[in-house]
Design a protein around this ligand. Structure first.
Ligand SMILES: Cc1cc2nc3c(=O)[nH]c(=O)nc-3n(C[C@H](O)[C@H](O)[C@H](O)COP(=O)(O)OP(=O)(O)OC[C@H]3O[C@@H](n4cnc5c(N)ncnc54)[C@H](O)[C@@H]3O)c2cc1C
Length: 384
């Protein structure tokens, strides 16, 4: 067992850290306040090879290992979850899914443009009445001649307002539940595709573009199918397997940022004539955060290593996401407290981390759902 990053991995980590610190972090507070996604960063991430990190160079990808992808997600998560969330959806949920399930023609058509950021992707699974229970989706795909006609509604779609390409899930036979679901690759300028911002102001991820999308008699050719008819649920779940790894790595980034900010503050802030970092209660908090960060990072690296080696990772990515997001939520909670009144204001980034982390516990399967995924795998289903 080797716990050292390779030279290439160290370089990727350094490049991402520089980009994150120099180009992403300075904008994070402003974009959080304005709610505007810093779209110019998309092309920059394309130039740096982040957008199609693990995809083969034949399709414009960087051919990186999954561990390198987690390093990128961690460094971006450390400064801005909206930018890291963009990457998770665009790179993992959309591009990797096309890479895994697409025909040669689909891969050649979509992947290179997604890799450069010329096209942006979004992933349309969640509906008003189908969230955790995605198989109960109400969107339908009706077969008509050589086409499918899609009707339905999706909510909370990250990148929805800026996407050029949407992965859309709809059922051709709702009685069959998950076996009736089909996946489609749909250009967002297809007639019948309508999008608008989600109502309300989000708790966190405030610069992300979250959309409410409706499909009204949206006709797509049969070639738009990703995978076979009825395989859409498998496509959706495989995407989440990839996506959860990036979310877990992003959570490690948030936890590390909370730890860094807390250590820095504990060294500088003085009360009762000494540094607050010299009080044992503050030390215990920082020690717990340190242990959490280390443990979460190792779980993420292990899941990445397993993915790289072609091993089944559903349980391990769920464990990594569950533990890392809960650890980061604890870290953010403590970091705000440790900063006292200052932690309650967006003058310090811990306030944003505290809000953003809630999203990571919810999307791509809530913490409850991760527990279900893990327990089902560990206990197994009863044979009937
Ligand atoms: C910031 C953000 C970005 C998102 N981006 C996307 C996106 O790009 N694409 C997309 O398709 N969706 C996206 N989503 C939607 C997200 O995936 C869903 O919100 C999530 O899966 C939960 O679904 P729901 O909101 O309908 O909650 P529900 O499924 O209604 O769950 C409500 C509560 O019930 C619990 N629950 C449900 N079932 C069970 C069970 N069997 N056992 C125990 N507890 C259970 C849940 O854990 C939760 O606490 C995003 C959400 C957010 C907040």
């Amino acid at each position: 067992m080797n716990f050292e990053l390779t030279l290439t991995q160290q370089e990727i980590q350094q490049t991402t850290r520089r980009f994150a610190q120099e180009e992403v972090a300075p904008l994070a507070r402003e974009t959080d306040e304005s709610g505007e996604f810093p779209i110019h960063l998309v092309k920059r991430m394309g130039e740096l090879g982040f957008l199609a990190a693990t995809i083969d160079p034949t399709y414009g990808g960087s051919g990186m290992h999954y561990l390198s992808y987690t390093l990128i997600s961690e460094e971006l998560g450390r400064v801005d979850s909206s930018v890291r969330g963009f990457l998770a959806v665009h790179g993992s949920l959309v591009s990797l899914c096309i890479n895994d399930w697409g025909t040669e023609e689909q891969k050649q058509h979509y992947l290179p443009k997604l890799a450069t950021g010329d096209w942006i992707g979004c992933y349309c699974l969640t509906e008003p009445n189908a969230g955790s229970d995605a198989a109960s989706m109400e969107s339908t795909a009706r077969e008509e001649d050589e086409a499918y006609v899609i009707n339905g509604e999706k909510i909370w779609i990250t990148n929805g307002g800026i996407a050029d390409v949407a992965l859309v899930f709809a059922s051709r036979d709702r009685e069959k539940r998950h076996k009736g679901i089909c996946a489609f690759i749909v250009p967002t300028n297809t007639p019948g595709f309508h999008r608008e911002p989600m109502p309300g102001k989000e708790l966190g991820h405030r610069s992300s573009s979250h959309s409410h999308i409706t499909f009204n008699e949206m006709r797509v050719p049969k070639e738009a199918l990703l995978g076979q008819p009825g395989e859409g649920f498998k496509v959706a779940m495989s995407a989440l397997d990839h996506g959860r790894l990036g979310v877990a790595a992003g959570a490690v980034g948030i936890a590390q940022a909370c730890l860094d900010a807390s250590v820095d503050f504990a060294r500088r802030r003085r009360q009762f004539g000494q540094r607050i970092g010299d009080f044992q209660m503050v030390q215990a908090t920082i020690a717990d955060m340190t242990a959490d960060v280390e443990a979460a990072r190792l779980l993420v690296y292990k899941a990445a290593w397993m993915k790289e080696n072609g091993l089944p990772t559903t349980r391990h990515t769920a464990v990594a996401k569950l533990f890392a997001t809960e650890a980061a939520a604890r870290a953010a909670n403590e970091a705000v407290l440790l900063h006292g009144g200052r932690g309650y204001s967006n003058e310090y980034p811990v306030e944003r981390f505290y809000r953003d982390i809630k999203g990571l516990q919810i999307y791509e399967g809530t913490s409850y759902i991760q527990r279900i995924v893990i327990a089902r795998d560990v206990i197994g289903r009863e044979e009937k």
